[in-house]
Write a protein that binds this ligand. Structure first.
Ligand SMILES: C[S@@+](CC[C@H](N)C(=O)[O-])C[C@H]1O[C@@H](n2cnc3c(N)ncnc32)[C@H](O)[C@@H]1O
Length: 367
């Protein structure tokens, strides 16, 4: 069991307690109280195993998504322990250029990005995963005092935090297990420090346009009016390159997509047969996005969470969108959320971009 630094534990405990105090719904508040108590009595070793219980929302989202006329599920449920590991495997395939291009870009511009990070700042990363790219920033910016990785996957977060604590002993590491589309607070490690947000990996592309604006507004509110935000964005490119990235020749993305059904089986008592569905990746030019679907190979009935769902042969379950931007379309989106583009860097082909966003003065972050 990895040893977790005390700041990390404090950050997690603090967030749990704040969640309880903030809870509006009586019932979910009750669950959260239980969870917080469980958390508080755990010691440093059991801390690593504590997870935020997302099962209730998973069941609710699954039932409503599979009951809709166009069946769909939010991509955040991809990331159980297996899903996080499969995503890391996708990043290592030749076809998934996003990681390769963004990592090379970050390596080239790390000094420039670091120059914009104030002394004693906290780096706050949204959807940090294995925090691999982050190391390029941490190495270039020794003036950072704290690192706050936020991720919905406790497994990925615990592993990454333990490795970073070993490799960056001078840094205060305060991981937060949270759904960044929901309500959460930054831990004490970020209090009173200048803050720089980091949102790489084209994860912002998973939101629809309004969802992305809401996320950027909420990030501004969470980070404060003085914060900067570094966002990694995938750019529109030829369809062949895009399609290969979401349907790699080794079939890792197909396994990642189908793992959602395996997760439903395990966590929600489902009886999906993953082999009865095909992975489909397609370019949607109207919305400028890659889409991932699971396509039913036959007429079939599936049970999960006490509900029954019927699939026609060829019917699709829509599992992910990955929106692709131009420099202008992303700047317009950011402006809607009260951020202006202070700087833009573009990688070599296949091209991705990194934006440094700063709050537009006088524009409130109220959502
Ligand atoms: C596309 S991966 C990017 C990982 C890493 N940042 C990178 O650049 O390679 C998305 C990451 O965001 C996390 N994630 C997805 N949806 C989330 C949500 N709603 N709240 C918190 N984390 C989320 C996933 O667990 C995963 O680690």
């Amino acid at each position: 069991m990895p040893l977790i630094p005390i700041d990390a534990i404090n950050g997690r405990i603090e967030n749990e307690i704040r969640n309880v105090l903030d809870s509006e719904a009586h019932l979910s508040g009750f669950n959260q109280v239980n969870h917080a108590i469980e958390f508080l009595i755990s010691d440093a070793e059991t801390f690593a195993a504590v997870q935020v219980d997302t099962r209730d929302s998973f069941a609710a989202d699954m039932v409503s998504g599979l009951s809709a006329r166009h069946k769909q599920l939010p991509p955040k449920y991809f990331y159980d322990a297996t899903g996080s590991r499969l995503f890391e495997e996708i990043c290592r395939t030749d076809d998934y250029y996003v990681t390769r291009s963004e990592t090379a870009l970050l390596r080239n511009i790390a000094e420039e990005l670091a120059a914009g990070i104030p002394q004693g700042a906290a780096l706050v990363e949204f959807g940090s995963g294995e925090s691999a790219k982050t190391r390029l920033l941490l190495d270039a910016a020794p003036q950072l005092s704290a690192y706050v990785p936020i991720d919905i996957s406790a497994d990925a977060l615990d592993q990454a935090s333990a490795m970073l604590a070993r490799d960056y002993p001078q840094l205060s590491i305060a991981p937060v297990v949270a759904d960044f589309t929901g309500h959460f607070h930054l831990p004490a490690a970020a209090d009173g420090r200048p803050r720089v947000g980091f949102f790489p990996g084209s994860t912002i592309g998973n939101f629809d346009r309004d969802g992305a604006v809401r996320f950027l507004q909420s990030a501004r509110q969470i980070m404060g009016d003085q914060a900067a935000l570094l966002v990694g964005v995938d750019l529109v490119k030829d369809e062949a390159t895009l399609s290969a990235a979401y349907d790699d020749s080794q079939g890792v993305t197909a396994r990642f997509n189908k793992n959602l059904l395996i997760r439903i089986n395990r966590e929600l008592g489902g009886d999906f047969d993953p082999d009865a569905f095909d992975h489909l990746a397609l370019w949607n030019p109207v919305h400028s996005r890659m889409e991932m679907h699971l396509v039913s190979r036959k007429d079939q009935i599936v049970n999960a969470a006490g509900h029954t769902f019927s699939f026609r042969s060829g019917e699709r379950l829509h599992t992910e969108n990955s929106h692709k931007f131009t420099i202008d379309s992303f700047a317009q989106l950011a402006a809607r959320a009260g951020w202006s583009v202070a700087n833009t860097w573009i990688s070599d082909e296949p091209r991705v971009a990194m934006f440094r966003l700063e709050p537009i003065p006088g524009r409130s972050a109220v959502i």
